[in-house]
Design a protein around this ligand. Structure first.
Ligand SMILES: [Mg+2]
Length: 476
């Protein structure tokens, strides 16, 4: 049993986020032990649900001698719902209990337990940050509990973020479905936005599935356009850091973002604000800057390149040869309806029919492993190429460089610190290309453009408050 569990866990590890799984597991204990349904059969009063220590006072299950006879219990329970007593006024009436009684108190008790756990995780993160500052992050409690946990650039107010989410979605009122991965992901996002807001000077976005649907263009009536314009009005710099690689062809990037650029032209943005907009294509390879005429202009590599991306063309082509070979092998082995496309700094698997997520993940993971081994085995005089091999949702790409380098290049070029920066993207699993940014800035993990709109709404609320209440915090 244990072995089987481990095998399954390892097979699915690339679909999990260790920190979110850890928080989920913590919340599962009160869910299992305390979030028990209060039925009319128990006759429980609201105050009976929690004893003086906050724990359950008695089991909230039928107490009749026939407790093992579930059919009797179920039919009795059903009967009480279908045929409610005449009086609905008395405090102990079945209907009153169902509507306002025990469940309300159980939800409140559950809310407090969940909030306490979120507060404890918040403390673990604060301790991890303090120990990281002293170079002792390896020894933090959080690192021991979640060995792969990375760097936090701000504390996370998880308790208040949970309470806000619960006030909206009544998470603690549920007794059959525990807090889910997506709920925790959204709570982490809200906490991150609250924490980042006082320092925020630079927001970077992934393209596909973050700003617009997969493979589509940014259309003019996309509500995110107004929000990006509002960010620029707040003098926050904005960059689209995308895997899309069209080399130095400005018109191709302008075509993908045509709706946004059209809205820029209509908005009364200053030339400074318009030139605070950037596009970085091919993860970190081709940089463009907004122009006062609401277009884009290519910035030559010499203007911003550093040792972060100092690779020779021979090394790049040799590296892409290996990646291409592996992708072709995948196509053959799995008989995939796909072709392999080579670009100057990328190689990809382009589908000609439907590819399933498992097939795409297999291509991404096997190519990752192959390239890691290649880099390890390379001779010292041969440059090690940082790369990103990822499942793009409907295709697989291997890019030279990655978004970590991309965001770092922009931070260095524009003089923004990690704490000033927030990256919003949809690919934060180990097969995704947004994951790498976690090393250099705070992040929000969304799953579609609608969630980007939601998180930007929260960001702008905070920025409006920041402008009215206090001066902008300076860099560290
Ligand atoms: Mg994406």
């Amino acid at each position: 049993m244990t072995s089987l569990y481990r095998v399954n866990y390892h097979l699915r590890a690339h679909k999990r986020d260790p920190l979110i799984e850890f928080i989920k597991s913590m919340l599962l204990t009160p869910f299992v032990l305390h979030a028990t349904p209060a039925t009319t059969e128990t006759g429980a009063n609201a105050s009976d649900l929690v004893d003086a220590h906050g724990g359950p006072q008695r089991p909230l299950v039928p107490t009749s001698p026939n407790v093992t006879d579930t059919s009797t219990w179920l039919s009795a329970s059903q009967a009480s719902v279908e045929n409610p007593p005449d009086s609905l006024e008395g405090p102990h009436s079945a209907r009153a209990a169902l509507l306002t009684g025990p469940n309300t108190d159980a939800a409140r008790a559950n809310e407090l337990r969940y909030a306490e756990i979120m507060g404890d995780v918040e403390d673990l993160i604060a301790e991890h940050i303090a120990m990281t500052a002293r170079g002792l992050d390896k020894y933090s409690r959080l690192r021991r509990l979640v060995p792969t946990v990375g760097t936090f650039f701000t504390p996370l107010p998880l308790r208040s973020a949970f309470l806000a989410a619960n006030a909206r979605d009544a998470i603690a009122s549920r007794r059959y479905v525990p807090p889910s991965f997506n709920e925790l992901r959204r709570i982490l996002n809200s906490a991150q936005v609250t924490a980042s807001a006082p320092y925020l000077r630079f927001v970077t976005f992934d393209g596909d599935m973050t700003l617009y649907p997969d493979g589509m263009t940014f259309v003019a009536d996309n509500p995110i356009a107004d929000q990006i314009i509002a960010l620029l009005r707040h003098d926050v710099a904005v960059a689209v850091v995308t895997a899309a690689g069209y080399a130095t062809d400005t018109t191709r990037y302008e075509a993908r973002l045509i709706g946004l650029l059209t809205r820029f032209a209509e908005a009364d943005l200053t030339p400074e604000q318009l030139t605070r907009f950037y596009v970085l294509g091919g993860e970190c390879n081709y940089l463009f800057q907004g122009t006062p005429a609401a277009g884009l202009r290519y910035i030559p590599e010499d203007a911003y390149r550093t040792s972060l991306s100092d690779w020779s063309d021979t090394d790049i082509q040799r590296f892409l040869d290996v990646a291409e070979l592996n992708l072709r092998q995948c196509v053959r082995d799995m008989r995939l309806p796909a072709t392999v496309l080579r670009k100057p700094r990328a190689v990809g698997l382009v589908p000609s029919g439907r590819l399933y997520r498992e097939q795409l993940d297999e291509c991404a993971l096997s190519t990752q492993q192959c390239l890691l081994q290649y880099n390890k085995a390379s001779s010292p005089d041969q440059g090690k190429i940082p790369f990103c091999a990822f499942n793009g949702g409907s295709d697989v790409w291997v890019d030279v460089g990655n978004k970590l380098i991309g965001v770092q290049l922009l931070q260095n070029h524009l003089a923004y610190a990690p704490r000033d920066t927030l990256h919003v993207g949809d690919q934060f699993l180990s097969t995704g290309n947004d994951l790498a940014t976690r090393t250099t800035c705070s992040t929000c993990w969304i799953i579609n453009p609608e969630e980007t709109e939601g998180i930007l709404g929260e960001v702008l609320e905070h920025l409006d408050q920041r402008n009215t209440n206090a001066p902008v915090a300076g860099p560290e």
